[in-house]
Design a protein around this ligand. Structure first.
Ligand code: KG4
Ligand code: ZN
Length: 338
């Protein structure tokens, strides 16, 4: 039995999980901070305070559910970056304090590696090399992974993250925050080809993304259109289709460049059904393998951090109680797992 307690507090979800190397995920608790909804976006100071309020009760609930004591845990992994500094500090302080009390390692985890490894919560082995498409509220990245821990960023967004574009467009359509999921539900009722949106950065060569222009395009279309439900659904569909088409073009390009046919998709936006289906079909045609994160682990959660902790437990160096967080940590700076 090797038990890791995972702590995720990088943004607006407090996620706690206990993962056993042999038995798998034993407990997974989440508090999604609803208090930001009325501001239409995350307020960092409120996020940090809410993590402080929730982190211990959620750890207690995981321990109660598994009938374990904190003394039974063999290591504590926590998200050390990238993310909001105040939020990261909460997980780091709690993780390091528990590690000191229990005399077990505290393992700093890279949030995006957590996302990248999350398909393994269901499928324990990945086929390398692979291209990972990480799409969330804070990130949009194409990564070439030679093996676990050896990553090269092929391209990322030059402005808004893809989830941000979903959320901002959803807000313009009067949908609640965070709006990605509700926008794609609304899109299901849309009539195709009523609006044609541009496919940003697809004519230019390269693997960079840009979503702020698409959001502005959506804002202009919404301003100049009727405000009824059907029109809104038509716009949501056109917006979602533009995003999906853009992702397909960029993934094809990344796979051609790296001469590889294996694709992994993860991050909050990868919960989107159309993105999942279209990319699955694309990889089928290329005769490659696709690794898709189970929907319940797409958005931020403690399970992915506990799982990364299991993999990184042995490679871990003692940190002398340093409470380090790295809000701008690059995934390229990680060390490969032996
Ligand atoms: O990974 P995540 O929980 O947070 C970050 O690390 O940023 O991702 C949250 C993002 C939000 O922008 C949310 O609107 C988006 O994921 N999202 C979706 C869907 N479900 C969540 N976007 C599109 N379609 C969905 N079904
Ligand atoms: Zn995330």
């Amino acid at each position: 039995m090797t038990l890791i307690l995972g702590i995720e507090t990088s943004c607006d979800d407090t996620g706690i999980a206990i993962f056993d190397k042999h038995k798998g995920l034993l407990s997974n608790k989440l508090n999604h901070q609803k208090l930001h909804a009325k501001y239409g976006g995350i307020v960092p100071e409120l996020a940090a305070r809410e993590h402080t309020r929730m982190v211990i009760p959620l750890i207690q609930r995981c321990l109660q559910e598994t009938k374990l004591s904190i003394k039974d845990i063999h290591g504590i992994s926590y998200t050390a970056g990238p993310g909001l500094i105040g939020s990261l500090m909460v997980g780091s302080v709690i993780g390091n304090t528990l590690s000191y009390i229990c005399k077990v390692p505290a393992i700093p985890i890279h949030h995006m590696e957590g996302h990248l490894l999350s398909p393994m919560l269901k499928t324990p082995s990945l086929s390398f090399p692979l291209v990972a498409l990480l799409i969330s509220g804070g990130h949009t990245q194409l990564i070439f992974a030679k093996k676990i821990g050896k990553y090269k960023i092929l391209g990322e967004t030059v402005d808004d993250a893809i989830g941000e574009a979903f959320d901002k467009t959803a807000k313009l359509l009067d949908l609640p925050y965070p709006g990605g999921k509700s926008l794609s539900l609304l899109a299901k009722k849309g009539i195709p080809k009523q609006y044609i949106f541009p496919l940003p950065m697809t004519k230019k060569k390269g693997l960079e993304f840009s979503f702020s222009g698409l959001k502005t395009f959506a804002a202009n279309v919404i301003r100049n259109s009727k405000k009824n439900k059907q029109t809104k659904a038509n716009i949501a569909l056109a917006f979602e289709n533009a995003i999906v088409e853009t992702l397909i073009i960029k993934c094809h390009r990344a796979l051609n460049l790296t001469k590889c046919n294996n694709l992994l998709i993860s991050g909050g936006v990868s919960a989107n059904q159309k993105i999942r289906t279209k990319l699955k079909n694309m990889i089928k045609k290329r005769k490659g393998k696709i690794f898709i994160t189970p929907t319940k682990f797409c958005t931020d959660n403690g399970a992915m951090i506990a799982y990364a902790g299991i993999l990184r437990l042995n490679n871990h160096k003692k940190t002398n109680l340093e409470i380090l967080v790295q809000p701008n940590w690059s995934i390229e700076d990680l060390l490969p797992i032996n």
